[in-house]
Write a protein that binds this ligand. Structure first.
Ligand code: BGC
Length: 993
């Protein structure tokens, strides 16, 4: 700001030479100087400059003394020279700029042809389970006009309704505006709803029932708040880059754990007649450059993923979500193989709708849609939030543009009908057409909260500068504890408790007692001294929700930031719970509320037990906290956490033995993902370490459950903790500087992310995937493997089209354009997105539409498809397993039994019938169960492996293939702690079955 008046002053006086020179020294310039903090350093420079200019004139004058100056001609030639110089400079600048522009344009343009074209878009209604919903949808959609259909496909614009996404309604036929709301851990911008633990926390619990219960709680709360579609769960990012800003919203870097968690969550959400959205498809593995211009590059980053890696890693959890019947999928911001995910026909038409048999609708991420017709043809069904290339620009790429595109036949009527049928069928499929379960808007349904205000009365369309429409928007409906859903606060606590992973427990320091209980203390009063150290133990002094979308790291960390965060209804901080739980009569608790290490040694030395709290935060790229721009800058604890642990551990208790500090320090880490602990993990004073992930509102209560041994820790790491960030591999770092106008990120490590990378390169992690301690011990024995005949054929049964349902027949004729023109006298809100056209003329073809390459080629259905999630035969049991789990310790506990498979390293090639090498991970998780066992008891645990579990994706035959050779199956307690192994022969038939 201070420099502004100076600029304005200079620009206001372009002909300053004609101004009296003294104007620079006039009052104006004083005013400028007063505003200019640099004035003292600037003034001498200005003086020097004028001085040197004067001396040039002087020396010139001396040189000219010999001959009488021909003043006017000299002046002309000097002027001409100046003009040439000026002209040259301008031309050079112009050329440089154009060259730069050309480079940006060329380099910014997408590389053509790197993603296979896949047209036409497969129609929904081909799966028997959905056929009734499609029939009902066809009846309704058959009565709709063109604009009514378009209204359903297009959002009304950012903050043009009460939810983060709002579609247009068809009031005439009782089809409501749909409310779409984030997100993966609860309900964003919603009052009185539960702030559940994040995706990474539920994944760390490895508890399938809890995954379902968490989803069910979200679904019920959503229905009670009038939300039709939840924008979650998330399985993309998967976690390819350990520092990725949004990994915590999803579950795990392992596709089976992520896929299982997603499927259970979806079953839970949809059991409440609320539609779930699996997101973001696909390759949105980092925040930097995820969107065009957001990070300064004209195009979004391209995630370049090969076919096999896409199938075996990134698409796997999406396939599981579709198998679970998910209603919607969200395509991501980034490009995939240099084609925007939301107009990538291979991904949406080919993989999602054909191969994986998706029957619901594809919605764009918010502003991820980059084209109108092309995205429609590539399989996008819903434009969110409906705006065009910019927020609230009122220039939707669909809306009236889609109406025109259908009228001038650029988009076939059949494609529009399919979009609408998919949305309406999903609505019926999840019981939203049932007025008793889902009272529609005319019966008082619809959202009963506003995303944009906490006041009771508010604007219905706050995004429009014209809107003065106010109404009661917040009804403050309580949803956390209901007769229908039970107590969600208690559920949140249970999930947070089970999501805590105990990674170090030296000398069995944990659990700790609540009272001194005769424990040694040097304090004269005999009270045990306990110190709580670190900002992360205490609430944010400014309030739990002080930072919008939790976009800062202040106080204890309950969740990451961005659209995946929610308002905390309350937050039980660790310090609060600890104060509450310790027996005040025998224990004295001391608070150290900051991360400052100044003089912490004295306070630490006065304690018998030290609890240190540290954290590491990240979030969505539209918010930046300090230097963290969404993605983490590194994998270390933030805000000086390492130093705090080191200092406390070195001084706690003030005791040394043999020159080494001996202390009882327990570290609690709240974190968004893999965090490097090397700066202190091996210090002798660090006796216990708990990784409490992102616990949500019940943080402190969950922690004390584990600390005091009320609950035996059962969390296991859903990722690997390496000894350094480099250990995750060369390609595991965030791309922070663009390597082109379209940043390119090649997924060259292929299948080898997280533990697969560590295993392949024989790198010893600090704590491996699946690792976690318990207060008891377990034993596995008697693994019995029973292979079934499936393993005798390499390929799944051919796709059976006879079992397919038939998509409904709709009238394919282009409707009358007159009916799409703005109705007379209708009030229009500025920037609001409508489906109407101005006049019939505007819908006439305007030149030839340049269809995407390959649009004229009819792509055949793939044999790999045939049902929701892929060819149904992929899910036929290939082997069943059984083994015994014994609790060999003293207390009841839950073990997570994990099944890893290792495919043979060579196989008989299905095409050539020759033996070829098979590049495959050392081991891959394929199944898991969490089992509770009483001390001294034994439990039988059963698993089954499907055909897909024992197959690899063959890129040449475009199918899942069971290899030939020995399949090794191991059962264990982590990816590196396998206890029981067995193997059997995969005899694969070779060739087509
Ligand atoms: C996020 C989505 C979210 C949407 C709506 C986008 O920025 O990427 O995950 O659902 O906003 O809030």
């Amino acid at each position: 700001m201070p420099l502004k008046p100076l600029v304005a002053y200079e620009l206001d006086r372009p002909f300053s030479d004609q101004q009296p020179r003294h104007s620079l020294d006039s009052d104006d310039s004083h005013a400028v100087d007063e505003l200019d903090p640099l004035r003292d350093s600037k003034r001498p420079y200005r003086d020097n400059a004028s001085h040197s200019l004067r001396s040039i004139f002087h020396s010139e004058k001396h040189a000219l003394l010999g001959s009488p100056p021909r003043r006017s001609s000299r002046r002309w030639s000097r002027l001409r020279f100046c003009c040439y110089l000026f002209f040259l400079v301008i031309v050079t600048i112009f050329l440089l700029l154009s060259a730069g522009g050309l480079w940006v344009y060329k380099a910014g343009a997408s590389h053509d042809g790197e993603s296979e074209p896949w047209y036409p878009s497969p129609r929904g209604g081909t799966v028997q389970l959905w056929s009734r919903s499609y029939r009902r949808a066809a009846e309704l959609v058959g009565q709709m006009t063109l604009v009514e259909k378009v209204n359903i496909t297009t959002g009304t614009g950012w903050s043009m309704g009460l939810c983060v996404g709002n579609t247009g309604p068809v009031d005439r036929l009782g089809f409501p505006s749909l409310c779409l709301q984030d997100g993966p851990l609860g309900l964003r911008f919603v009052d009185n709803a539960t702030a559940l633990p994040a995706g990474i926390t539920i994944a760390a619990s490895w508890n399938k029932q809890l995954m379902y219960d968490r989803g069910r709680a979200q679904g019920l709360e959503a229905r009670l708040k009038g939300i039709n579609v939840i924008l979650g769960p998330s399985v993309g990012p998967l976690g390819r880059l350990p520092a990725g800003g949004r990994n915590w919203e999803g579950f795990s870097a392992d596709p089976v754990l992520a896929g299982t968690a997603a499927a259970r969550t979806i079953h839970g959400i949809q059991s409440q007649s609320v539609m779930a959205t699996i997101k973001h498809f696909v390759g949105n593995e980092q925040e930097h450059f995820r969107q065009s211009w957001e990070w300064g590059t004209p195009n979004a980053l391209s995630s370049n993923i090969d076919d096999r890696t896409l199938h075996e890693l990134y698409a796997w959890p999406f396939a599981e979500a579709i198998r679970a019947g998910v209603a919607s999928v969200m395509c991501s911001y980034n490009q995939v193989n240099n084609s925007y995910a939301c107009q990538n026909s291979k991904l949406m038409n080919g993989i999602f709708k054909d191969e994986l048999g998706f029957q619901g609708f594809v919605q764009s991420d918010w502003l991820a849609q980059r084209s109108g017709v092309a995205s429609a043809l590539a399989g996008l069904d819903m434009s969110m939030p409906g705006d065009g290339l910019g927020w609230q620009d009122g220039k939707s790429l669909w809306g009236s543009e889609l109406t025109k595109a259908v009228l001038n036949s650029s988009v076939p009527v059949e494609r529009l009908d399919d979009m609408v049928l998919r949305i309406v069928a999903a609505w019926y499929q999840h019981g939203q057409g049932d007025d008793r379960r889902w009272p529609n808007t005319t019966l008082g349904g619809g959202p009963n909260f506003s995303s944009w205000t906490n006041d009771e009365v508010g604007n219905l369309h706050p995004g429009s500068p014209d809107s003065k429409d106010t109404s009661i928007v917040n009804k403050y409906v309580p949803v956390r504890q209901t007769a229908e859903g039970g107590n969600h606060d208690a559920l949140a606590r249970r999930i947070a408790t089970e999501g805590i992973v105990l990674v170090k427990n030296e000398g069995g320091i944990l659990p700790i007692p609540r009272s001194a209980n005769g424990l040694a203390t040097k304090a004269k009063d005999g009270k045990l001294r306990v110190g709580i150290f670190g900002e992360d133990a205490y609430p944010n002094p400014k309030g739990n929700n002080a930072c919008p979308d939790r976009g800062c790291n202040e106080g204890t960390l309950a969740m990451g930031w961005g659209s995946g965060a929610v308002e905390l209804p309350y937050l039980v901080s660790p310090a609060e719970a600890l104060h509450e739980e310790f027996d005040n009569a025998t224990v004295q608790v001391t608070d150290w509320k900051t991360n400052s290490v100044r003089k912490v040694d004295g306070t630490a030395a006065a304690q018998d037990l030290c609890l240190v709290f540290i954290n590491s935060d990240a979030g969505e790229g539209f918010i930046r906290w300090k230097t963290v721009m969404g993605d983490r800058n590194d994998l270390l604890p933030q805000k000086g956490g390492d130093e705090l642990v080191r200092e406390v551990a070195a001084n706690c208790g003030g005791r040394t033995e043999g020159g080494e500090a001996v202390s009882d320090t327990i570290v609690v880490l709240h974190t968004v993902g893999p965090t490097v602990l090397e700066r202190w993990i091996d210090l002798p004073g660090v006796m216990g370490v708990l990784i409490a992930h992102l616990p949500g509102q019940e943080s402190g209560n969950a922690l004390t459950d584990v600390l005091f041994g009320d609950y035996n820790p059962s969390g296991r790491l859903p990722y690997t903790i390496g000894k350094s960030e480099d250990d995750y591999g060369l390609d595991s770092k965030i791309l922070t500087f663009p390597n082109g106008a379209t940043p390119q990120q090649n997924f060259t490590e292929g299948l080898y992310v997280d533990y697969r990378y560590f295993d392949k390169h024989n790198i010893t992690p600090r704590y491996e995937f699946g690792y976690g301690l318990s207060y008891t011990t377990f034993k596995l024995s008697g693994l019995f493997i029973h292979p079934l005949s499936v393993v005798n054929t390499s390929l799944p049964a051919p796709r059976s089209y006879s079992d397919d349902a038939v998509p409904p027949h709709m009238d394919p004729r282009v409707p009358d354009p007159e009916a799409a023109v703005w109705p007379q006298g209708m009030r229009r809100l500025a920037k609001y997105v409508y489906p109407y056209i101005d006049d019939v003329e505007s819908a006439k073809p305007n030149g030839k539409y340049d269809y995407p390459k390959g649009y004229d080629h009819y792509h055949k259905s793939t044999e790999a498809g045939g049902g929701e999630g892929g060819n149904p035969d992929l899910f036929t049991t290939a082997a069943s397993l059984q083994l015994s789990l014994t609790n060999t310790g003293e207390v009841v506990g839950e073990a997570v039994v994990q099944i890893y498979v290792s495919l043979p390293s060579t196989t008989l090639d299905v095409i050539s019938n020759l033996t070829v090498a098979l590049d495959t991970p050392v081991r891959q998780l394929r199944a898991f169960e969490k089992v509770l066992v009483e001390p001294g008891s034994r439990s039988q645990v059963r698993f089954s492996l499907s055909r897909k579990d024992v197959s690899y994706w063959d890129v040449r035959v475009q199918k899942w293939v069971v290899p030939t050779g020995e399949l090794r199956v191991c059962a264990g307690f982590s990816s590196r702690d396998v206890r029981q192994c067995g193997s059997f022969e995969l005899v694969g038939g070779g060739g087509w079955s």
